[in-house]
Design a binder for this molecule. Structure first.
Ligand SMILES: [Fe+2]
Ligand SMILES: [Fe+2]
Length: 301
């Protein structure tokens, strides 16, 4: 399927990277990465600013206080994340979010921790080690840097046009991550592009069938955090049980895989069950919040 840039993508210094209407063929991306490749210095995630402190704060907020309640879990995840190093422009973008859209910033951090935890449990059996996957969290939503703040911060449901602009963060993220890493074929770029795809092809941007476990783990964590965390437009979030039931329903519909859902259910048990042994109830007992606007659009144009 052709992948077209609908809105121009600029870098941190306001240089145009890709103009609107450009088709991102693999030849184009090869040239783009070759041409734009510049060596950026790298820094370690936990040595930058307040990143580590900010992540530890997120571990105190429900439902993450339960998921990360054991010291062994925190030590394991923090140990893996301690090795993450990213190009400096990524940190400048994280600073931008920390100052302007704190939710996106904290989302990047908690997704880093949650994907690392799940992949450490699942990936060794499937080929990828969690160590190789720890840096995807901060990168997956980098494209939101290109979405106007009034849209990211809007307190009422988005219009169809605004939602289109927001959804474009996946394609824009693919461009930005490829640009800053100088590579468009790696998992980092793929996660930026495909983390809103679904197993049955009903997602975006490409509408492909999501089959890569690492991307899928990011996708499932992303949906989970979108449901349980507060957003400017959604002051009332899903309670944890309803969020897990929502993920279970999505797995039943074939939109996402069972393995990451099962892992999230296991981590949420007070009496910790292993990811292999956990049974997922198919019964729905919770209900979405009364002012639920998750996934809803405004009628206005
Ligand atoms: Fe996203
Ligand atoms: Fe996300």
């Amino acid at each position: 399927m052709e992948l077209v840039v609908k809105y121009p993508v600029y870098d941190l210094d306001n240089q145009l990277l890709v103009r609107e209407g450009t088709e991102l063929t693999s030849d184009f991306m090869d040239d783009f990465c070759r041409e734009k490749r510049r060596k950026h210095p790298f820094a370690r995630l936990f040595e930058y600013g307040d990143v580590q402190k900010d992540l530890l704060n997120e571990f105190l907020i429900p439902p993450y206080d339960v998921i990360f309640s054991r010291e062994e879990t925190r030590t394991r995840v923090l140990g893996l994340l301690a090795d993450v190093a990213l190009p400096m422009p990524v940190f400048r973008m994280m600073d931008y979010f920390r100052n302007n859209d704190f939710h996106t910033y904290r989302h990047m951090l908690i997704i880093s921790a949650l994907t690392t935890l799940i992949l450490d449990d699942l990936a060794p059996r499937k080929g990828n080690s969690a160590k190789e996957c720890t840096h995807f969290g901060p990168l997956h939503d980098l494209g939101k840097y290109t979405v106007p703040l009034p849209i990211l911060m809007k307190e009422t449901p988005l219009t169809a046009r605004e939602q289109d602009r927001l959804k474009h963060h996946a394609v824009a993220g693919y461009v930005l991550v490829s640009h800053y890493l100088g590579d468009h074929g790696g998992l980092s770029s793929l996660i930026a592009l495909d983390h809103h795809e679904r197993r049955n092809g009903t997602g975006y941007s490409r509408g492909i069938e999501l089959l890569n476990l690492v991307v899928e783990v990011t996708t499932v964590c992303d949906i989970y955090d979108a449901l349980v965390a507060r957003r400017p437009y959604r002051p009332v979030s899903f309670d944890n049980r309803t969020a897990l039931e929502e993920l279970t329903s999505m797995a039943r519909r074939g939109e996402i895989g069972w393995a990451p859902v099962r892992a999230l259910v296991a981590y949420n048990r007070k009496k910790k069950t292993s990811v292999e042994e956990v049974a997922v109830s198919l019964e729905r007992r919770g209900s979405p919040p009364r002012q639920n606007v998750y996934g809803m659009l405004s009628e206005e144009e």
